[in-house]
Write a protein that binds this ligand. Structure first.
Ligand code: ACO
Length: 381
């Protein structure tokens, strides 16, 4: 080791890199709470807007705060003209996560508070980001299928408006409940890779949009949020429940990574997966394709039996999102639609108590050597 103290910790496993009031993650007992509220309680009794407010302000909103916040989200949802123009220029086949990443970067450039990094300005930017990550996702989808983007309705919640802006039809109450609960479950998760990315960018005192755009790039990867889309592709590959055992045997023999299984922190079980399983069961029963939930159950049993792996948050959200009519390549953007709450909350925390995040690397390259030989140009002073 040269110039570094202490040993290398691969993947920073177990390293504590921040203090936070936002998320209490107990990997041993499989428990998760936001600002002291258990995730199960929040998923059952609160909305995504309430959870976003809770993460930003430390308390659940009063009824008047909540209605004002909902009004602000609807008001902020329409995209600036520049963003709509750019969405129309993107190839229709471009992955929506790339669109989202570029779209957020563009929004940063035209944000009225771009040059103001006070907490008040950052809260205004965070509100616009929550509203517009949803608008960018739905508007790009509408444009790529040859339809006009749909404006949100002031009488609908954020979850309902997402489904409405996607399909142009008012969603059923049961669909909104399931989707809202999944937004609550995905909203925050401590120093996962994308949130850590956001904090690293913010620690250089770069702006909120730059940090979120980078976080979206991290979320896209298949070992992180990209797993949700990969789970659905796996379920489609399996085709039906009876094929799950044979698929699992083959996949393990080929040493394939089974998407939606395993977790860096949860070893006994991911509490979000348990709730999403119940939501998926109900949604799939009421959908034209219950086969995806039935296949997921069989795959879960087989993988658990053969390899002892537990499903993570992205496993049962796949059949749930499918049953809600969300296109498969929007599964990851949907996580961003929710996680923007946690990213922005972490950014507010980082800006309030910042220190540049700059770890060291353990050098394992060649020993010091000299540049020699013909054709390398004159020696420069
Ligand atoms: N499929 C097959 N084997 C697995 C899986 C899996 N999904 N997860 C872990 N393992 C095995 C590894 O092969 C390794 O085995 P080995 O010791 O015999 O080599 C062992 O378990 C440890 O795996 P690591 O990759 O070192 O564990 P790590 O903590 O780094 O991984 C991760 C966590 C990346 C989530 C991993 O479980 C994985 O790749 N899962 C699939 C992708 C996924 O679902 N990601 C979503 C995570 S949740 C989220 O980000 C929203």
């Amino acid at each position: 080791m040269s110039g570094t103290e202490g040993g290398l910790i691969r993947g920073l496993e177990g390293v504590v890199a921040a203090t936070t009031r936002l998320c209490d993650l107990d990997g041993v007992n499989g428990r998760l709470a936001y600002q002291g509220y258990d995730i199960e309680d929040l998923a059952r009794r609160s909305s995504f807007e309430e959870v976003t407010w809770l993460l930003w302000h430390g308390e659940l909103p009063r009824p008047e705060d909540l209605s004002e916040f909902r009004r602000q989200l609807v008001e902020a949802a329409p995209l600036p003209a520049e963003a709509l123009r750019v969405l129309k220029l993107f190839p229709k086949t471009m992955h929506p996560m790339r669109v989202l990443q570029a779209g957020v970067a563009l929004l940063g450039g035209v944000d009225p508070d771009a040059e103001d990094d006070s907490r008040e300005a950052n809260l205004r930017k965070a509100t616009r980001l929550v509203a517009r990550v949803s608008s960018l996702t739905t508007a790009f989808h509408r444009i790529r299928i040859g339809r006009r983007p749909v404006a949100p309705r002031p009488d609908l919640s954020h979850a309902a408006n997402f489904l409405y802006m996607l399909s142009g039809r008012k969603p059923r109450v049961v669909q909104v409940r399931a989707f809202d609960a999944s937004l609550v479950l995905y909203a925050e998760h401590e120093l996962n890779a994308s949130t850590f990315t956001a904090r690293v960018v913010a620690s250089t005192l770069s702006d909120m949009h730059s940090a979120v755009s980078a976080a979206i790039g991290a979320l896209k990867g298949p070992l992180h949020g990209g797993a949700g889309e990969a789970v659905m592709r796996t379920l489609e590959e399996i085709g039906q429940p009876d094929n799950a055992d044979a698929f699992t045997g083959r996949a393990l023999a080929e040493k394939r990574r089974l998407m939606g299984f395993g977790h860096r922190v949860y070893k006994a079980g991911d509490p979000r997966a348990k709730i999403l399983r119940t939501l998926a069961a109900k949604a799939c029963r009421n959908s034209p394709e219950p086969v995806w939930y039935e296949t997921a159950i069989k795959l879960h049993e087989a993988v658990n039996r053969e390899k002892g792996l537990i499903p993570n948050v992205d496993f049962y959200s796949a059949p749930l999102f499918k049953a809600l009519g969300i296109p498969v390549d929007l599964f990851v953007p949907v996580i961003a639609v929710s996680r923007i709450a946690g990213w922005t909350a972490n950014l507010l925390e980082q800006y309030a108590d910042n220190r540049l995040i700059r770890p060291r690397a353990d050098y394992v390259g060649p020993a010091r050597r000299e540049v020699r030989g013909a054709g390398r140009g004159d020696e420069r002073p």
